[in-house]
Write a protein that binds this ligand. Sequence first.
Ligand SMILES: NC(=O)c1ccc[n+]([C@@H]2O[C@H](COP(=O)([O-])OP(=O)(O)OC[C@H]3O[C@@H](n4cnc5c(N)ncnc54)[C@H](OP(=O)(O)O)[C@@H]3O)[C@@H](O)[C@H]2O)c1
Length: 266
Amino acid sequence: MDLGLKGKVVLVAAASKGLGRAMAEEFAREGAKVAMCSREQDAIRAAASEIAKATGAETIPIVADLSSAKGCETFVSSALEKLGRIDVLVVNAGGPPPGRFEELTEETWDKAYQLTLQSAVRLTRLALPELKKTKGNILYSTSTSVRQPTQYLNLILSNALRAAVHGMLKTLSKDLAKDGIRVNAIQPGRIKTDRIVQLDTDTAKRTGKSLEEVQKEWETSGVIPLGRYGDPKEFAAAAVFLASERASYITGVSLQVDGGMLQAMF
Ligand SMILES: NC(=O)c1ccc[n+]([C@@H]2O[C@H](COP(=O)([O-])OP(=O)(O)OC[C@H]3O[C@@H](n4cnc5c(N)ncnc54)[C@H](OP(=O)(O)O)[C@@H]3O)[C@@H](O)[C@H]2O)c1
């Protein structure tokens, strides 16, 4: 299937590794030009050049901290300056730290708010005028924990703030449809990246188990019906489809990529 992404300009936020990087690579494989950012200059440059080498696509590395207004502006304006248009905005960022409610301070909540909700608001606001010109689309990469937070008791920051992102996306999908702009979300369950290792290490510390024991429990307890963590490439394939022309009648949707983990009907 031709996804219709050849020559399109895609911005993938937080893309030096993990899910962002996998999405950037998959868009590049489809022939899109990809602007990608992260905080670490060496890391984002290396990721962009490896992807360009592997796919032949044009990739633009941008150093930007998405937890600040300035960082979001740098990402969108540099991408626009280099590539001239925006067809797809993929909103992604590092995850807020784990911790239960009583362990979290005012400052930790503030930082998580900037990183998780405000980065989504700012990137959307900055890209919108361009997306209106191209009738492009926005994809928010969030988490299945928005729909079933109870199994992630130590991720209250993520659960609370990503729910706000979903409120925004559902509202925007209706509001922006008149401009021909689609707005969707993709929700990872447990996709094998450094972030998941960080969370499993936190669980291991809290429960007195080893990291291997924690991972084995996830894979064998039946919580993930497919019985394994996902590969970032599997996540990226779904993301790229949702952002492609082949998904032209899909908007306001949250697609979980979780090996069957969510138990809700919808
Ligand atoms: N993996 C999963 O299964 C899963 C499940 C649910 C939710 N999520 C969420 O999905 C997001 C991505 O997860 P991941 O697994 O891909 O994590 P990851 O492997 O740790 O990668 C995070 C990426 O974000 C960049 N980043 C972090 N903070 C940033 C900031 N302030 N500004 C710009 N870039 C930043 C990092 O690069 P630099 O360090 O260079 O900035 C890196 O490229 C996170 O929010 C995570 O909580 C993931």
